[in-house]
Design a protein around this ligand. Structure first.
Ligand code: PGA
Length: 264
């Protein structure tokens, strides 16, 4: 894992946007396949990518994208659907065609079949080149809550009480938060060629400490990322505050910057 401890969410957004830009520019003719996430954590990165599109001509025209998850029962147009969130906060402001953005269909008549078909659609697209992730305070990634199988595939999942409480800020009341979602599984996420996870704030500190330094366990689903060979973790000082070895990560990062400088 490469750990970046940054001074602000905005700086974190720049680090994440750099990775997206590298993947977009490095993609062959068939275009990059981006794995997108909702929630507040990716927003600074999306804002920076929108700026680069507007001011520097960064193009997403030949890319395709897959969302991590969607609430069961919410149509794409619903105010709180993840499909709508990603449109309003990202897609509507760049040149990625909406038809190139897929999410699990929350209103599918047979959500179990939809989950299987979603994994298949990702496979047919050639897999995800770069997946962005947030992390829940309980260590979830996407809707893979504690106890999720580390090899899980896209499936219908129940939300935990803590996730319903976290997400109720977007709804009028906790009772309105859907109780189930379609979510990429941990095994599905691990198939992305590169992964970047970003988090800010003290309430993520325990989950980030487990992600980077804990044992791999279904209790903290994000720890499965320790099995992946290309994960970048971008955290602010508050989210990094539970890390025992933060000075070592800063040092390793300085060495990498010097090495890259020497290689130029
Ligand atoms: P957040 O959510 O980015 O809104 O903090 C992250 C998550 O719960 O996965």
């Amino acid at each position: 894992m490469e750990i970046h401890i940054v001074d602000s969410a905005e700086t974190g957004g720049i680090v994440v946007a750099d990775l997206f830009e590298e993947v977009l520019r490095g993609a062959g003719e068939q275009g990059a396949v981006l794995g997108l996430a909702t929630g507040s954590s990716p927003l600074p990165a999306y804002a920076e990518l929108i700026r680069r599109h507007r001011e520097e001509g960064l193009s997403f025209a030949s890319a395709r994208a897959f969302l991590l998850d969607e609430y069961v029962g919410l149509p794409d147009e619903h105010e709180q659907s993840y499909h709508r969130f990603i449109r309003e906060n990202f897609i509507d402001h760049i040149d990625l065609p909406e038809s190139a953005v897929q999410s699990p269909r929350g209103t599918a008549e047979d959500p179990v079949a939809e989950a299987r078909a979603y994994d298949e659609r990702i496979r047919e697209a050639g897999g995800v080149d770069l997946q962005i992730l947030g992390i829940g305070s309980n260590g979830h990634i996407a809707f893979n809550e504690p106890g999720s199988s580390l090899g899980s595939r896209t499936r219908v999942v129940g939300l935990t009480r803590s996730t319903i409480a976290d997400n109720s800020r977007y709804f009028d009341s906790p009772e309105e938060v859907p109780q189930r979602a379609l979510s990429q599984g941990l095994g599905t996420i691990l198939e992305a060629r590169r992964i970047v996870l970003t988090a800010t704030g003290e309430n993520k500190a325990a989950a980030v400490a487990q992600l980077v330094e804990g044992g791999i366990s279904a209790r903290w689903p994000a720890t499965v990322l320790q099995m992946h060979q290309d994960v970048t973790v971008v955290v602010d000082e508050a989210a990094a505050s539970g890390l025992e070895l933060s000075e070592d990560y800063r040092h390793a990062r300085t060495l990498r910057i010097i090495e890259r400088g020497n290689a130029r």
